[in-house]
Design a protein around this ligand. Structure first.
Ligand code: SF4
Length: 301
């Protein structure tokens, strides 16, 4: 089994290690404000979901602050001009807003010398033609990565967590992005209520067989967070929570299904410990990473 991690890929592509700068566009989410749905995805926490557009600092200021937050990660002897970053718009639905306003934000970031690529998290139902044109234009300047939170291919599970769009919407957006040579990274959640191992493998197999080929994947563990609909559902009617060993086994099998070309951006989630209800084992990040890395080493033999 060969795994192409994000770090390997960045070294290949940019010739150096790059760090992500967490930035915000201030966009809201159509799955909360009524355009696509109300209440949001069941696992999405109130604070983290961006249910309301937030007033954000100017992008120049955000970039400087974010660079300051990651500066200790670089080796001491690296020159300032050699430091490279990915401008990462992760939270909320970052293509859900005025195209001109978003264009100004994305261009300010991408045109800076230290920015190697843009990574934009969004929903496939928020990629209208004018937004696709903007992404196409940006992608000609530097690489643009679009992250889509599909989570599962199974419509029943998607309805249960209130994703607010069908698989066909994802398929259409995927084709439109790939037509423009934009890299697509798909998020998948392992451990959704009611999903069996087989269901999860079907999702990953579907993604592994996409044509054009998928660029990257983020495999997440389902987190139940405080004050979410998922927490209420879990307390009323507990469902199966994966143990660390079960998660690791499923993860390794998913990695086996994926072609070597797919970049593995993430192998577990990074939930807010203060909000975590279950699985509690996931709070011990060191143990989780050690277990996963050991299983990968064994799988590679
Ligand atoms: S997970 Fe994303 S799409 Fe779902 S409610 Fe939260 S912000 Fe919206």
């Amino acid at each position: 089994m060969i795994i192409r991690t994000l770090s390997d890929y960045c070294k290949e592509k940019f010739g150096t290690k790059v760090y992500r700068l967490s930035l915000s566009t201030g966009c809201s989410c159509p799955n909360r404000d009524g355009r696509a749905g109300r209440g949001g995805c069941s696992f999405c926490s109130e604070g983290g979901s961006g249910e309301f557009a937030t007033k954000v600092k100017p992008i120049e200021e955000q970039l400087e602050e974010a660079k300051d937050r990651v500066k200790s990660k670089f080796p001491k002897d690296i020159k300032e001009e050699d430091k490279k970053y990915i401008a990462y718009f992760q939270s909320f639905t970052n293509t859900y807003g005025d195209v001109d306003r978003l264009g100004r934000i994305f261009k300010t970031a991408i045109l800076r010398d230290e920015i190697a690529a843009l990574s934009i998290g969004t929903r496939p139902d928020c990629l209208e033609d004018d937004m696709l044109d903007l992404l196409n234009e940006l992608n000609k300047i530097k690489p643009v990565w679009i992250e889509l939170g599909l989570q599962t291919i199974h419509e029943d599970s998607a309805k249960a967590f209130n994703r607010g769009y069908s698989l066909s919407v994802f398929n259409k957006a995927y084709i439109e992005l790939k037509k423009r040579n934009i890299e697509v990274i798909v998020h998948v959640i392992l451990g959704l209520p009611g999903e069996t191992d087989k269901d999860m493998y079907e999702t990953v197999r579907y993604l592994a067989n996409l044509n054009p080929k998928l660029d990257g994947i983020k495999l997440h563990l389902l987190h139940i967070l405080k004050n979410t609909r998922l927490e209420r559902e879990y307390r009323e009617k507990p469902f199966k929570i994966l143990s660390l060993d079960e998660y690791t086994e499923i993860l390794i099998n998913c990695l086996r299904i994926l072609p070597e070309s797919v970049v593995i951006h993430r192998m577990t989630g990074d939930g807010d410990k203060r909000l975590l209800v279950e699985p509690l084992w996931s709070a011990d990040k060191k143990r989780v990473l050690n277990t996963i890395n050991k299983a990968i080493r064994e799988a590679k033999r």
